[in-house]
Design a binder for this molecule. Sequence first.
Ligand code: SF4
Ligand code: SF4
Length: 460
Amino acid sequence: MNRDYIFHSYTKTMCSHCQRQVDGKIVYDSKGVYIIKNCLEHGEHKELLEEDVEYHLLKAKYDKPGTKSTIQTQIKDDCPYDCGLCPSHDQHTCIGLIEITMRCNLNCPVCYARAGKGKDLDMLTIEKMMDFYMEAEGGSAEILQISGGEPTLHPNILEIIKMAKGKGFKYVMLNTNGIRIAKDEDFVKALSSFKGGFEVYLQFDGLKEEIYYKLRNQSMLEIKKKAIQNLSIHDVPTTLVCTVTQGVNDNYLGEIITYGMDEKCIRGVNLQPVAFFGRTHELETKKRITLSGILTRIEGQTAGLLKKLDFIPLPCNVERVAITYLFKDSSGGFVPITRGKDMSDYKHAVNNTFMFTVEDTLKNLKDENIDFGICDCCDLVSDIKRVIPKGFIFKSKKEKMKFVDENTFRISVSSFIDQYNFDMKSIQKDCVHVITPDLKRIPFSAYNMIHRKKYDYIYF
Ligand code: SF4
Ligand code: SF4
């Protein structure tokens, strides 16, 4: 009798029960892609990896070499216990995240950080973490996310953002639940002074109050709307960040995206399927939603505006991030720039970074002497040409950023790795790294799964 699956590839994974490293098979059938693993003590587990087989198989086409970075630790206990970065890690830091406080004015049942009553980091420690990140990335670190806990509760939050901007990070993001932004307009006004390489990364789970009762333990809808109103008044670029949970808000993704497109300050939406660590560990893991499952839902909920294949697996981590850009066309509506293109032809032009900006892509294509005037067979380039103003590449950085900010809308899906869906390739290509107070870079998923508790003595 035949097996009821196709054996796709071998991986190292971990026991879903005890986190011991074990061998795993990535397999698929007509319903999805799974990891099958066997632990000598806890037996066999079969865990969902992706809901859409076709999309999963497509990822390899977009893969490209990772970018080398410096190392901070040596190989001793094997992955993911040796973070990091250790010599086995295969991707540099696209996003460095610093948690400046573990205090929070919410107590979300889906909080990875278990934040609530905690401590603030002092300014000296925060500065050391920023300097370490910059140095570890050879002086050109890209994105710094200021996170927590709720970072706007830190008494020196504006000083911290100012410090980050002064240190030359290309992009600074403030991760927030929006409560202070809704209640303190002077604070929003102060944030607007950081515009140009700064944005607010606003927790936003949907437009139904019951979603917030389930995910945030309280009513939040009016607070979110007021926060967005204040950000729009002061024109602070904002990304909506949505934790997608089955049976709670997975049927409302189209609504969230179209709402975002209509709001002046919102430049994009990031959708994150809930991962099973931190407080979320209590939830039912059988209710997992995957990256490709989110894309299927988006296609079904946006009436033809977005299709699954408009999203490209981001070359820096094809397994875990998918992205699309929409451009404003002449009628003021948004059109996905990736529609109908085989974007894998352009992966060499997309940097190993989460930013994937039009400006960078154009620059890379130009560096390879692709002549924009002749290359009309190259649909991507001609499409970009069609939507960008004449002489775009000669404009100042500030002008380019303003154009991209105001005329593009970014939709991305980032899925994290927990002990159930763990596979070695995904974790070693993880490019979102937590910068720790003891100056390590730990891939975000590995930090939440294994390492976070080691820092409890600093944060709680
Ligand atoms: S996740 Fe990366 S840094 Fe951590 S142990 Fe594995 S390879 Fe090393
Ligand atoms: S998820 Fe964010 S807002 Fe909620 S408790 Fe955690 S840090 Fe606070």
